[in-house]
Design a protein around this ligand. Structure first.
Ligand code: SAH
Length: 391
């Protein structure tokens, strides 16, 4: 399937304008001679309604709209393509204003997911009061165009890191994806599990998190947001401090010891497992909350019963829940998923050891939107790395 590329916007958007907090607009507007309350009006247009086009901001004076337009306020991303999978998953390909591309994925929860979610959610006292008839959707967003972490089994880093996304581009993925919800759907969870390593460029990620949480914007609760990391220890510590442990945290662990982990995840050399586990113990989680451990099961690499037992020992005493992800196919990676029997056995060992442990069902597979498959499409790879001309 070919992916039409959106026409590049004539002039790149001034991304800083979308990532401003009301107080920052107030300071700017004071210099422009605009009343203070305009700051909140504008912030709401941008961060609550997701309207980036000044001409549509009907309660702002025409002169101000014009000034914002000439300052470079415009959409930070255009939807270049939407792929729908029969399971309801929608993958959006967004064209950024400098020609970069990122993907975000809307994943409706199935009954099965909802059950797993509820039983994992002793931690979540609001669960029962939510209207049952609305479909809960998880939105998965990207934080970088490409990735520098080099995990051997993941497609996102194949072409290396092209660039980190600005806070505006991170929040825009949420604001734009909302337009693709069905009328009965709500975004219940936001996961930073798309392309890129969110803690690799911490400042933009943290700014995006604050913008998304802002009460005059979407007012998202940090309990509904999960930042997933390969295990960058200083970033984990900073995230814990800056958000008082309230931000959901997921760790891509994928191995119970350094020997296996370093083989598949080069970052483990820098932050080995003992250091990572210490950072998790120190993460100031509120009571009853848990860190998610992601564990991609790869045939004959990390899927043996002794790996499960070693993992159970490693995680002892750390408040965690475990998500097992049978390896999604990535061409040429040389890794494959274990048999369903092996997955079940692995899960059983962890459950018997007292962990809540779920197997993540494969979603969005047919549109290459499953974990580790983002940026797999040839059209995107081509865009990043033009093939050399034939000799
Ligand atoms: N860099 C962050 C965010 C990426 S999240 C992180 O590493 O956590 C994407 C999740 O999918 C990670 O847990 C990643 O390890 C996992 N993943 C990557 N490739 C995969 C594949 N081929 N099959 C299953 N899971 C994969």
């Amino acid at each position: 399937m070919s992916t039409p590329t959106a026409p590049a916007t004539a002039e790149p958007a001034n991304l800083g304008l979308i990532a401003r907090f009301p107080e920052e607009w107030e300071a700017e507007f004071a210099a422009w001679g605009e009343p203070k309350y305009r700051a909140r009006q504008l912030f709401r247009w941008l961060l609550r309604r997701g309207e980036f086009e000044p001409s549509q901001m009907s309660d702002l004076a025409i002169g101000l709209r014009e000034r914002l337009r000439s300052a470079g306020l415009r959409t930070p991303a255009e939807v270049a393509h939407v792929k729908r999978s029969s399971d309801g998953t929608r993958k959006l390909l967004l064209a950024l204003s400098d020609g970069g591309q990122v993907e975000c994925v809307l994943i409706p929860m199935t009954r099965l997911d909802a059950d797993a979610d509820a039983s994992a959610a002793v931690e979540d006292e609001t669960e029962a009061s939510e209207p049952a008839e609305r479909t809960k959707v998880t939105l998965c967003i990207s934080t970088q165009f490409g990735c520098a972490m080099g995990c051997k089994f993941c497609a996102s880093g194949r072409a290396g890191l092209l660039r980190g996304l600005k806070a505006a581009e991170i929040v825009a993925q949420v604001l734009i994806s909302r337009r693709y919800l069905e009328p009965d759907e709500d975004i219940k969870n936001l996961v930073f599990m798309g392309m890129g390593e969110p803690l690799h460029h911490y400042d933009e990620t943290a700014r995006a998190l604050r913008l998304l949480m802002h009460p005059e914007g979407l007012g998202m609760s940090p309990r509904r947001i999960t930042v997933s990391t390969v295990g960058l220890v200083p970033g984990i510590r900073r995230l814990g401090r800056d958000f008082d442990g309230k931000m959901g945290l997921a760790i891509s662990l994928h191995a119970p010891n350094d020997e296996v982990r370093s083989r598949i995840m080069p970052m483990n050399e820098r932050y080995p497992i003992a250091e990572l586990m210490q950072a998790l113990r120190d993460y100031p989680l509120p009571k009853r909350r848990r860190v998610t451990i992601e564990y991609t099961l790869m045939d004959a690499v990390n899927d043996q019963p002794e790996h499960a037992e070693e993992l159970a020992r490693l995680l002892r005493g750390v408040p965690v829940k475990v998500n097992l992800i049978p390896m999604n196919p990535v061409d040429g990676s040389g890794f494959k998923a274990p048999s369903p029997g092996r997955v079940a056995e692995f899960q059983q060992i962890l459950s018997n050891a007292g962990y809540s442990c779920f197997v993540r069902t494969r979603r969005g597979d047919e549109v290459d939107a499953a974990c580790g498959q983002l940026a797999l499409s040839r059209d995107i790879i081509t865009l990043k790395r033009p093939s050399p001309p034939a000799q």
